[in-house]
Design a protein around this ligand. Structure first.
Ligand SMILES: *Cc1c(COP(=O)(O)O)cnc(C)c1O
Length: 406
């Protein structure tokens, strides 16, 4: 038997099974038309953002990292709840633009920005978080051609990392950002060239559950950005502090201690620290990850050499991360439930497999669950971020999952 991660607290388990925002999952599936289905709980997102804001200093702005979940209805819902948006492609900008979101609230990070992308972003007034000297040079040239001063920040590859983060994006040789020892000179250059200078962007890592490590990275970030601005002799209108707040996916994961992160920020980002600088956090999964659940139906139940396999109508083409194939080193089980029997005692150990014809498509391994029959719904939690958007939807031709907000 292998353990599963913790089911997020806002899903109630009643005697008659799981409830999502007070509704039965089967009624939601009926409303949506079919499984597989991603359900995103509005209240869970609202509550998460409210808790975050009450823990951190009011001067800190909260941006949503669109790549976590770019579903248009979700973008429209989250728009009034956040201060800004971080995008990582011009395709993501198109989604924001369509939702009527202002370019002035948007910044664009990510390596390999093509000239066409830079041009659209500059013309629209999106801030570029420049990832290299080459990219900054191309942006300035495009700005000149368009007769528009590009809004530019420099993304810095810091000389520290976010300890214990699930995905390291800083410290050492990296494709992201400009090395800390070269960032001041580049800042000076783009300011001299007449860009609309925005400051620095320092994103040290992702999926950290360690409040102490996050506080330390934030402290280091503020110190590094101040030093770089001094060294370059440029102002620091804005500093994107990154994010990296994680959520518990697996057994033994403890939720991030938000109060401790808040206390750290009240110290590091007190009102007299960089008083003329806008400080921004950019968060994806922390805002929406636990608010999503993936519902999929058992299509087959079979035995092989003494082991039981539940085969469902979904799979890694929608929920790649749950199959352990999205950057995981060790395959571990996401939180799962048999929807109608979510409060019953476990009775058997099963594997939950998706319907793709590949051994990679296993959504849970050796999980102990109440008995599920063909036709029953299975819920896989922590599906609000890097679910539909980060999965190979076209693989094997089963098509996309449905998505709904409740
Ligand atoms: C991926 C990414 C994020 C979002 O990360 P989460 O772990 O979802 O919070 C934020 N900023 C940048 C630059 C990223 O690449």
């Amino acid at each position: 038997m292998k353990p599963t991660g913790p089911i997020p607290g806002h899903y109630a388990s009643t005697d008659n099974g799981l409830r999502i925002a007070g509704a039965t999952p089967s009624s939601l599936v009926e409303q949506a038309g079919a499984t597989p289905l991603f359900v995103y709980d509005r209240a869970a997102i609202t509550d998460r953002i409210a808790a975050l804001r009450s823990a951190i200093p009011s001067r800190i702005e909260v941006n949503y990292a669109v790549k976590a979940n770019p579903w248009p209805d979700l973008l429209e819902f989250i728009e009034p709840l956040v201060d800004g948006f971080d995008i990582a492609s011009i395709g993501e900008w198109a989604l924001l633009d369509e939702a009527g979101i202002d370019a002035a609230r948007t910044s664009f990070a990510g390596p390999g920005k093509r000239d066409e992308e830079l041009e659209i972003a500059i013309a629209a007034g999106v801030t570029l978080n420049c990832e290299s000297a080459g990219e900054a040079g191309r942006a300035l040239a495009i700005g000149e051609r368009l007769d528009t001063a590009p809004k530019m920040a420099i993304r810095v590859n810091p000389d520290f990392e976010l300890r214990g983060s699930g995905m390291k994006m800083s410290g050492g040789a990296k494709v992201f950002g400009v090395d800390a020892d070269k960032a001041a000179a580049l800042a000076r250059r783009v300011v001299d060239a007449g860009c609309e200078w925005q400051g620095f962007h320092i994103f040290a890592g992702s999926q950290s559950l360690d409040a102490g490590a996050i506080a330390e990275a934030q402290r280091n970030t503020i110190a590094l950005a101040s030093r770089l601005a001094d060294e370059a002799g440029v102002p620091l209108p804005k500093l994107n502090l990154g994010g990296g707040f994680g959520i518990p996916y697996f057994a033994g994961d403890e939720p991030l201690d938000l109060e401790a992160v808040g206390e750290g920020l009240h110290e590091t980002a007190a009102v007299d620290v960089l008083p003329d600088t806008r400080l921004v956090l950019e968060l994806g999964r922390y805002l929406v990850g636990e608010a999503g659940v993936y519902l999929t139906r058992v299509v087959d139940r079979k035995e092989s050499q003494g082991e039981t396999f539940l085969v469902v109508d979904g799979g890694l083409h929608h929920q790649l991360a749950a199959s352990g194939n999205f950057g995981a080193v060790v395959k571990r089980n996401y939180p799962v439930a048999v929807v109608e029997r979510s409060s019953d005692a476990p009775e058997e150990v099963v594997h939950i497999c998706g319907c793709l014809c590949t051994p990679l498509d296993r959504l849970a391994t050796q999980v102990e669950l109440p008995r599920a029959e063909v036709g029953d719904l299975i819920a896989i939690f922590c599906a609000g971020a890097y679910g539909a958007t980060a999965s190979p939807m076209h693989f094997l031709g089963h098509g996309p999952a449905r998505e709904m907000l409740v």
